[in-house]
Design a protein around this ligand. Structure first.
Ligand SMILES: Nc1ncnc2c1ncn2[C@@H]1O[C@H](COP(=O)(O)OP(=O)(O)O)[C@@H](O)[C@H]1O
Ligand SMILES: O=P(O)(O)OC[C@H]1O[C@](O)(COP(=O)(O)O)[C@@H](O)[C@@H]1O
Length: 316
């Protein structure tokens, strides 16, 4: 595949990551370290693709002074970006890392409310953005006031242009988005359980659940399960990837790194097995980094052989 990947982030963020010795609810918690990164799902995907030397443009909506900070950070990273401006303020998402447990607690703001006029401009601009674009990545929550079927509409436009869509969303935005048949989706296990309204306790349950999305027209489903790894499913195979041991620093951006590695795999015509390996290595390395820092190509290549893969039988 040639051309430049387009990532869409309707609700980007400044990610503020703070570390505390031990997070205690209802008490004073002293912060040890603070860092800020440009965040939001499509933005993180663009950060990884840039490091993987895949041409990428980050597109989205921003607002206010924080929106300008976000655009400046993307300039610093050398990522071409294009944002429509909305009233309000780009959100700041707080990530609290507990140094004793290595667990990250996320507090994500709802974000600005784009006007119907901005949303219309965004939708019609997409038509013109799709020239020479092989893959569109739609990632993250929809800001307040955006209709739940907005991703469905954008996916419809991309599909009409023959562009592969990877959708990484949750809740209603994911449910409605799937109706437009994106090429691939990357729910985490909680998002998949919420989507299907059932508990998925075994690998077989997850493969069956992924199969129900394939039946709705999705071609590839990648389910991530934090430290338990991931399962990639298409019509022919289901492959479980077990990550190598790491000391998690901040898991923020790990899922987005998987999505980026998925786009990289499509760009390079990789098999499902190779895709399972690349996506797992990328997510795992990012989980071992602080803040919303992401994996590099060299790091991923070095760790590919450490990912353990096994087939899960497809239901008959
Ligand atoms: N604690 C961890 N140890 C090892 N790998 C992890 C850990 N947390 C996340 N990962 C890696 O990151 C990937 C994505 O994590 P996950 O939390 O499922 O994504 P999301 O951020 O989308 O919820 C996992 O499949 C795994 O490869
Ligand atoms: O749009 P949402 O669902 O609020 O998520 C936004 C947050 O997700 C992130 O993109 C990280 O996502 P992942 O941990 O799933 O990779 C952060 O950078 C951002 O703060």
């Amino acid at each position: 595949m040639n051309g430049s990947v387009l990532t869409l982030t309707m609700n980007p963020a400044i990610d503020k990551t703070v570390t505390v010795d031990q997070l205690t609810f209802g008490e004073l918690n002293r912060i040890r370290t603070v860092r800020t990164d440009a965040g939001g799902k499509g933005i993180n995907v663009a950060k990884v693709l840039k490091r993987f030397a895949v041409p990428v443009t980050a597109w989205g909506i921003r607002a206010g002074r924080e929106g300008q900070t976000l655009a400046d950070k993307l300039d610093e990273y050398g990522i071409p970006s294009f944002f429509l401006e909305s009233d309000g303020q780009t959100r700041t998402n707080l990530k609290v890392v507990d140094a004793s447990t290595k667990r990250t607690t996320e507090l994500n703001e709802p974000g600005f409310t784009p006007s119907p006029a901005v949303l219309e401009r965004f939708e019609s601009a997409l038509e013109h953005m799709l020239k020479n674009v092989p893959i569109v990545v739609l990632g993250g929550s929809l800001p307040p006031g955006v209709p739940a079927d907005y991703y469905r509409r954008l996916i419809g436009t991309a599909n009409r242009h023959g562009v592969r869509v990877i959708l990484d969303a949750d809740g209603e935005a994911l449910a409605r988005g799937i109706e437009a048949k994106p090429f691939a989706v990357k729910p985490n296990i909680h998002e998949l359980e919420a989507l299907l309204g059932e508990r998925l306790s075994t690998d077989a349950d997850i493969v069956r659940a992924a199969g129900s999305l394939l039946d709705r027209g999705v071609e590839l489903v990648l389910v991530s399960m934090g430290g338990d790894g991931s399962i990639a499913v298409d019509r022919r195979r289901a492959i479980r990837a077990t990550p190598f041991p790491i000391t998690p620093q901040s898991t923020v951006g790990a899922g987005d790194s998987m999505v980026a590695a998925m786009a990289y795999s499509f760009m390079n015509g990789l098999s499902l097995e190779e895709t399972a390996r690349w996506t797992s290595a990328a997510g795992t390395i990012t989980a071992s980094k602080s803040g919303t820092d992401v994996c590099t190509l060299d790091e991923v290549k070095r760790c590919l052989g450490l990912v353990r893969l096994s087939d899960i039988p497809l239901p008959v």
